[in-house]
Design a binder for this molecule. Structure first.
Ligand code: MG
Length: 381
């Protein structure tokens, strides 16, 4: 058995909204079309992968989706596009079977391909399908009537066939058949259904994108760490986590030198992969001279929310011999929670000394380290 895969992407996808065809829209980090191309390309039993693309855009697709065996222009209808793809599959002369797939179904995977290959041992064609679970109704006058769903399936793609069977079936098929399985059926082929999957759903309407996103690239929590040091200079107080504490020195810095919040800001930015506090608030920029650090922290949190995350929790450790942190811990925690806009239970502020060792031990400055976990926000759609 030598199998070619044909991915049909000739449509313009107007129903999915937006100006670019749905097969080019990003799902996760790659276009929808690239998902199917990758799945077929890495399957050991699939030979050439043929892309059927909008006419005149063959070179564009070749550049954007390298690795296919051929880039074939689509036709006037889906059936015509499949015919064009099959012509390319005949060319090598040794292909025995084909899988015909909609580019708008990014969830094809090895398991589905294996099921179809197994079915081709005993049948001329096969398609993945799922039983209809919802009640079916047909509007009738001022009411509705029930449609019996017993034995009904929703059919997906890829649909797999013996090459000679689908070629001769297509030659005889009337235009506008519902899918390739219908074409084979019309020709009297021996067909079967294999177990499909929700992941194989089609991206047709705008809301399908978020559903597919959740199925194929579920968001995972992100973690970041931050570390900061500020030196002491003559003064009478320090600002730590937004709380002013009387001391025999102050912290030197371009802003208010709130070493705790700087470490936490870096932890949040780190979890997002968005660089560090200096990238967002350059010390060379005069507008941040003496700035209160809640501006930095709040901005990092705003960026996190804009990227679809909420603070899971954070843990901040201040490292110094003095001043004593413990009496101020609860106030620091409360103020940090306010700036981040989260419940205080998600914030931990701790302190430690370095047993009189090192620069913090010599009371030359204060260090802080923080870890932040960002949780993906649960989508309301
Ligand atoms: Mg700093």
């Amino acid at each position: 058995m030598k199998i070619a895969a044909i991915i049909v992407a000739a449509g313009r996808g107007n129903r999915a909204g937006g100006k670019i065809p749905k097969q080019l829209r990003l799902l996760g980090s790659r276009p929808i079309m690239a998902w199917s191309l990758a799945a077929f390309s890495r399957h050991a039993q699939i030979g050439p992968v043929i892309l059927v693309v909008p006419e005149g855009e063959e070179e564009e697709y070749r550049a954007r989706f390298p690795g296919a065996a051929a880039y074939i222009p689509g036709g006037e209808s889906r059936q015509a596009s499949v015919r064009n793809g099959l012509s390319a599959a005949i060319a090598p002369g040794d292909i025995s079977h084909v899988m015909i797939h909609d580019a708008a179904r990014p969830g094809v995977d090895e398991i589905i391909i294996d099921r179809l290959i197994a079915a081709l041992d005993t049948h001329d064609g096969a398609a993945p399908a799922l039983p209809v679970a919802d009640a079916l109704k047909r509007p009738s006058g001022q009411s509705v009537e029930d449609v019996d769903r017993t034995g009904l399936f929703r059919v997906q793609t890829p649909q797999a066939f013996r090459l000679d069977v689908i070629l001769s079936a297509l030659a005889d098929a009337p235009d506008g058949m519902v899918d390739d399985l219908a074409v084979a059926q019309h020709a009297g082929a021996r067909l079967t259904l294999v177990e499909g999957h929700e992941r194989l759903g089609k991206v047709t309407y705008p809301e399908d994108f978020s559903r597919m996103q959740a199925l194929l690239c579920p968001p995972v929590p992100r973690m970041g760490s931050g570390f900061d040091v500020h030196a002491f200079e003559p003064g009478d107080h320090v600002t730590l986590c937004g709380i002013e504490i009387a001391h025999t020195a102050r912290l030197k810095g371009h802003s208010d030198a709130d070493v705790g919040w700087h470490a936490l800001t870096d932890a949040i930015l780190g979890a997002l992969g968005l660089g560090d506090i200096g990238d967002h608030f350059p010390p060379s920029d005069e507008q941040w001279r003496g700035a209160p650090s809640h501006i930095f922290l709040a901005e990092a949190m705003r960026l996190a929310r804009a990227e679809g995350f909420e603070l899971g929790n954070c843990d901040l450790t201040l490292i110094c011999e003095a001043p004593k942190i413990k009496p101020h811990r609860e106030a620091m925690r409360k103020r940090t929670a306010e700036v981040l806009g989260v419940d205080g239970a998600r914030i931990s502020v701790k302190a430690t000394t370095t047993e009189a060792l090192g620069f913090t031990g010599r009371r030359e400055g204060i260090a802080a380290q923080a870890i932040a976990v960002l949780s993906p926000k649960v989508s309301s759609s």
